[in-house]
Design a protein around this ligand. Structure first.
Ligand code: NDP
Length: 435
């Protein structure tokens, strides 16, 4: 051996030197300065100050991104991953109207367990347009005549009925007979008998039935329920809830709402049901006595068949009272107030699609409860999907929808007779083998 320094090549026979050259070469490739690394490899730090400087330089280097393309570890995930498409529950949406197209179908994009796989519509051209935008197979478009052949589409687990109220029962029963789970818009149906027939059809088919009471999946309403039940308001005394809007006869979505046959009822069935629901879910009880009054503006053609204004009072077994109203003549109103012995809460708007506002008032102090807004439509669809996947009853089953129709009929009776209607304060059972 001559003893002269070997040339600086990566093929150097000295392993320590080869390692040094590899690291130096990698750093050169990232554009970093190689000298300090070489220094540390060679044990060059001679004082605590230098050591601290080197450690600072090293941590700065660690934060530098690689200069060329590379894979990186999984970042922190802020929202839970959705299930993979093949594991999600497939929904067929029936009726491509205002609510289905503006709220429900776009919300599949925010769901974790549900996916849109089929459409049912009387308008093929519209359905094809929607299918194209949302990636639904053209072969999975049905009309009302071919509805029953949904039975042959294994991709469809749930049939979601978003038709005028008077058509819910027929299509829910046909969907159950086709072997599908059913999600049905509110109100569940026009009559108690129809609701019972829907429940029986689902029981006989061994499938689930859920009423799409979105407020019971909406985070602000859930928080109002929690506060009411937690004792934070003291002893509950009164629930006040008002829902109203102006019925617009030039809007096609409001035209069927003027027909008793298609709507089942007027302001009470359409939006008073939110006031009724609020009284029930805030108290967690069923009413035992109902009083009511109805008035419709005379001569207004919108109210030939359905009512305009309703007020109703409920008495619950614990002694809590509810004072509720619904109107097709109010300016937009969607409010819930709960009065307790120590504090009160106001949710206003309470049952809008977005931007709810919840305040708790105690003496002179008013606290605005800040809460993460959630997509209630995606949340309710995912709840039903999960209840199917885990074979659990949904939170708002057919019996919940039946109870509201039963109570709304009692409200009509109380208004018609001018007398209180007394009820058993419980939800009656529906048995599958009764015709
Ligand atoms: P629309 O009138 O906008 O939609 C109803 C759709 O049903 C129509 O577009 C049509 O779909 C289909 N349809 C079939 N037969 C008829 C018929 N004879 N008359 C009218 N439509 C028919 O109503 P909405 O979307 O406002 O309401 C639909 C349902 O959703 C109702 O039960 C309502 O109570 C509920 N809803 C619930 C809301 C909530 O917040 N949970 C909010 C709004 C409504 P196609 O042309 O595709 O056949």
């Amino acid at each position: 051996m001559s003893g002269s320094t070997p040339p600086l090549t990566i093929d150097s026979p000295d392993p320590a030197r080869r390692r040094f050259l590899q690291i130096a070469g990698q750093i050169a490739g990232t554009g970093l300065v190689a000298a300090p690394v070489a220094g540390s490899l060679l044990g060059a730090s001679s004082s605590p100050v230098e050591a601290a400087q080197q450690s600072q330089q090293q941590s700065q280097r660690a934060a530098m991104p690689p200069a060329s393309v590379t894979g990186r570890p999984m970042p922190q995930i802020q929202k839970p991953f959705p299930l993979p498409p093949q594991s999600r529950i497939g929904f067929a949406v029936v009726g491509l109207g205002k609510f289905a197209l503006n709220q429900i179908i776009p919300s599949f994009a925010e769901s974790k367990r549900s996916k849109l796989v089929a459409l049912v519509s009387g308008n093929r051209e519209k359905a094809e347009q929607v299918a194209g935008r949302y990636g639904v197979d053209r072969m999975a478009i049905y009309d009302y005549a071919s509805f029953d052949s949904l039975a042959d589409n294994a991709e469809v687990d749930v049939v979601y009925i978003i038709l005028p109220n008077g058509l819910h029962a027929e299509y829910a029963i046909r969907a159950a007979k086709a072997g599908k789970h059913v999600m049905c818009e509110k109100p569940m149906a026009s009559t108690v008998a129809e609701c019972e027939a829907m429940i029986r059809a689902s029981l006989r088919a061994g499938r689930k039935l859920m009423v799409a009471y979105r407020a019971q999946y909406e985070p602000f309403n859930m928080e109002a329920i929690r506060l009411a039940h937690s004792g934070d308001l003291g002893k509950l005394k009164l629930v006040v809830s008002d829902h109203g809007r102006n019925l617009n006869p030039s809007d096609p979505a409001d035209q069927w709402r003027m027909s008793a046959k298609l709507a089942g009822g007027g302001a009470l069935y359409d939006i008073g049901i939110y006031s009724l629901q609020a009284a029930r879910y805030i108290t967690g009880e069923e009413p035992e006595e109902i009083h009511a009054m109805i008035h419709s503006t005379r001569g207004d053609p919108r109210f030939r068949e359905v009512e305009e204004n309703v007020t109703f009072q409920l008495r619950f077994p614990s002694g809590v009272l509810a004072n509720c109203s619904a109107s097709y003549g109010y300016a937009d109103t969607k409010r819930i107030m709960v009065q307790g012995s120590e504090a009160s809460l106001t949710l206003d708007p309470a049952t809008d699609y977005y931007e709810h506002k919840l305040t708790v008032t105690k003496g002179k102090t008013e606290e605005r409860i800040k809460f993460q807004e959630g997509n209630q439509f995606a949340l309710e669809m995912d709840h039903f999907a999960q209840s199917i996947q885990e074979d659990q009853p949904p939170r708002t089953p057919g019996e919940e929808g039946l109870q509201d129709v039963r109570l709304m009929q009692a409200i009509y009776e109380a208004a018609r007779t001018g007398r209180a209607v007394k009820l058993e304060p419980r939800i009656p059972d529906v048995v599958a083998d009764v015709p």
